[in-house]
Write a protein that binds this ligand. Structure first.
Ligand SMILES: [Zn+2]
Length: 398
């Protein structure tokens, strides 16, 4: 990797076939680039039963505070049908000002630009007045069990602490400078099973159709809305994602039926308060008789997903101000501070330090012909460079 040139950095990374959870040479490529810049690089392999072993990387430049972390991942999703790409997914070809390849925007591009920004910062200003580290996982696109969460624990146990973190995931919907993510909604999933009595569809009084009860319960989850949004977040939203009875016969009432749901929730709730509200709704609906007149309450049980994602919001001036200022200086655009979209590894980092996310334009992520404008790579490098300089100024002044 040439280090000061984000295009060459990205080409070197794309040419490593690091389809999750394979390392594919991507972390080694990054390691040699960071070593040449003076970083101390450590590779950490995380293991867990039932999941593939995953290689991760932690690199630090400097020993003092303040300490700025950049977080990301070098693993990529599979290319799909390679023949349907107009340029091979691991060739990193440039055509009409676009660089093609799996991971171009999600998120080898963000890493390539950050490395270039650090290299330029070192050339211009010398060593940072503090520390810069990169926390890079190979397990973001996979189960995410052996990635960022374990890498953070591992580093923290060695005494690492951080003052702020920038995640380089693609955050811009249309153009570079549109959007910084300053928080994420939480995510909670569950599965409801309703128990009935099996029987003949022509003799329903002898049976108890669990689907009637299940419809009562799922309706109660969807209506009324959980809230109307907050200053920083859109309204919480629950989707019933499947209803299953698995019934091959039209004349049989089955003994049980299940439904699964996922709710994306805002900062009006915690995962626990939300569980209580959901159970309150289900119990009320279970007792109601609209779809099951004259029957006893619906018999149901609920199983929660193992690991809910918690909602978070970052209110840290040094971090958001430095990034917004850098974006405005380079692009002339004022970014929206947003909490929309799915979860990200920032949900783990927020337990250690304030975290925001800003990267490339996300339009082609995970698609065939994933690509990035070559001009955007230069722009993002300048934004990251401006951010690094401004963040150290802010952090040292505080
Ligand atoms: Zn990503």
């Amino acid at each position: 990797m040439a280090t000061t040139d984000p295009v060459e950095n990205l080409q070197a990374l794309i040419r490593c076939r690091s389809v999750t959870p394979t390392e594919g040479g991507a972390l080694s490529t990054l390691e040699s680039a960071l070593t040449s810049l003076g970083f101390r690089v450590e590779r950490m392999v995380a293991t867990a039963e039932g999941t593939p072993d995953v290689e991760n990387l932690y690199a630090r430049l400097g020993t003092e505070g303040p300490h700025l972390m950049f977080a990301g991942h070098t693993d990529v999703v599979p290319p799909g049908d390679e023949a349907s790409w107009s340029h091979p997914p691991f060739a990193a070809e440039i055509a009409d000002g676009m660089l093609y390849g799996r991971g171009a925007v999600d998120m080898k591009g963000g890493i390539a630009c950050f490395v270039a920004a650090v290299a330029r910062h070192l050339e211009k200003h010398g060593a940072p007045r503090g520390s810069i580290s990169l926390l890079i996982t190979g397990d973001e696109e996979g189960p995410a069990v052996n990635g960022t969460e374990k890498l953070l624990t591992w580093a923290a146990e060695k005494g690492e602490t951080w003052d702020a973190c920038l995640v380089g995931e693609p955050t811009n919907p249309d153009a570079l400078g549109d959007m910084i993510k300053i928080g994420r909604r939480g995510s909670l999933s569950g599965k409801i099973t309703v128990h009935g009595v099996q029987g003949h569809a022509a003799y329903p009084h002898l049976a108890d159709n669990p689907l009637r009860g299940l419809l009562q319960l799922t309706h109660a989850l969807m209506d009324p809305p959980f809230d109307h949004g907050t200053d920083d977040f859109q309204p919480s939203n629950l989707e019933v994602t499947t209803i299953d009875a698995g019934n091959p016969a039209v004349n049989v009432i089955l003994a049980k039926a299940t439904a699964a749901f996922n709710i994306r929730f805002n900062d009006s709730w915690t995962a626990d308060s939300l569980k209580m509200e959901i159970i309150r709704r289900l119990d009320l609906a279970a007792a109601e008789g609209a779809l099951r007149p004259g029957r006893s309450p619906v018999r149901y049980d609920i199983a929660w997903s193992e690991r809910p994602s918690h909602v978070f919001l970052t209110r840290n001036n040094a971090l958001t101000a430095s990034l917004s200022e850098a974006i405005e200086t380079v692009t002339g655009q004022t970014p929206i501070l947003s909490t929309t979209g799915g979860t990200s590894d920032a949900r783990f980092i927020k337990d250690y330090c304030p975290v925001v996310e800003f990267g490339l334009v996300g339009q082609t992520m995970h698609m065939v012909d994933e690509r990035v404008a070559v001009a955007d790579l230069e722009t993002l490098t300048q934004i990251y460079g401006g951010f690094i300089a401004k963040w150290f100024d802010h952090a040292r002044a505080e």
